[in-house]
Write a protein that binds this ligand. Structure first.
Ligand code: CP
Ligand code: NVA
Length: 310
């Protein structure tokens, strides 16, 4: 049997992704109604490899395994010293003998690829420098809950064209949601990802655009989304980036530039009030950031079950 991995949004087809979102909504409803763990993954273990910090990703994968009747093991930087104590491939070859699924949060995307190449169990990208696909799954689940339908919707991503923006671009292309990215020159998304996103569009009518003009990207958007200006590993650039990204702060004025009173605000979190987003927006009535965080749990349960063929 071929092992399926989820290293990026494009690893699942459109139908599989839609099926996943549907299942995630059902798992959430069931959990909120009954709050009892299932026995689906009894005896199964997830190994969570982390080269970087995490609140949401780690907790939701671990709680998700508990809710499915399984167990999770945390492997932090000090525990396994990935790539230093032994190569990623050997780590995966060991883990494959003991656990049923691996998640990995890594600096270089190549590390999660190396893990998957050597693994005989599914590997999930829990964030790399290229993508954050689990975040996009939860975000699109949140959009389905909020709007009912994804077709014809538009997300304006304002800020750094990094991992989160990449996964949103790819999922937008896959599911037919337009994405407009606006950020400073030199911080645009990887052109190869933009091209891949456009190639995924197929016969849906999504539009994928990249600009340096935040108001232009925001025009007509149903969602304004942002991410931190300095990602994990870029802490030394924080001050320089703060100056460069200042015109891309999401304010109430930028939300008004969508021209739609029903526009919602999204952020993957953690957020920095007063930097990439004004406190009034993050804590305001249009913000769905904690729904996004909540949905990480259920989207990832659906993903784990899919990859394990359950
Ligand atoms: N959004 C997200 O991935 O959060 P953590 O970094 O806390 O896992
Ligand atoms: N772009 C951010 C996302 C955090 C969830 C980072 O990589 O740190």
């Amino acid at each position: 049997m071929t092992v399926r991995h989820y290293l990026g949004v494009a690893d699942l087809s459109r139908d599989e992704t839609l099926e996943m979102l549907d299942r995630a909504c059902k798992l959430k409803a069931k959990w909120l109604k009954r709050g009892r763990p299932s026995k689906k993954l009894r005896g199964a273990t997830l190994a969570g490899i982390y080269e970087k910090p995490s609140l949401r990703t780690r907790t939701t994968f671990e709680a998700g395994m508990t809710q499915l009747g399984g167990h999770a093991v945390y492997l932090g930087p000090a525990d396994i010293q990935l790539g230093q104590r032994e190569p990623a491939g050997d780590v995966a070859r060991n883990l494959s003998r003991w656990v049923q699924i691996i998640t990995a949060r890594v600096f270089a995307h190549g590390t999660v690829v190396d893990l998957s190449c050597a693994s005989s169990v599914p590997v999930i990208n829990a964030l790399s420098d290229r993508e954050h696909p689990c975040q996009a799954l939860a975000d699109f689940m949140t959009l389905v809950e909020h709007f009912g339908d994804l077709k014809g919707r538009k997300i304006a991503f304002i800020g750094d064209g990094n991992n989160v923006a990449h996964s949103l671009l790819l999922m937008g292309g896959l599911l037919g949601t337009s994405i407009a990215v606006a950020g400073p020159e030199g911080y645009a998304p990887d052109p190869a990802i933009v091209e891949q996103s456009r190639a995924l569009i197929g016969c849906n009518r999504a539009q994928i655009t990249v600009t340096t003009d935040a108001a232009e990207a925001a025009a007509g958007a149903d969602v304004v989304y942002t991410d931190v200006w300095a990602s994990m590993g870029q802490e030394s650039e924080q001050e320089a980036r703060a100056a460069i990204f200042e015109p891309y702060k999401v304010t109430e004025g930028l939300l008004a530039a969508t021209g739609k009173p029903e526009t919602i605000f999204m952020h993957c979190l953690p957020a920095h009030r007063g930097d990439e987003v004004a406190a009034a927006v993050l804590d305001g009535p249009r913000s769905v950031v904690f729904e996004q965080a909540e949905n990480r749990l259920h989207a990832q349960k659906a993903l784990i079950l899919f990859l394990l063929g359950k």
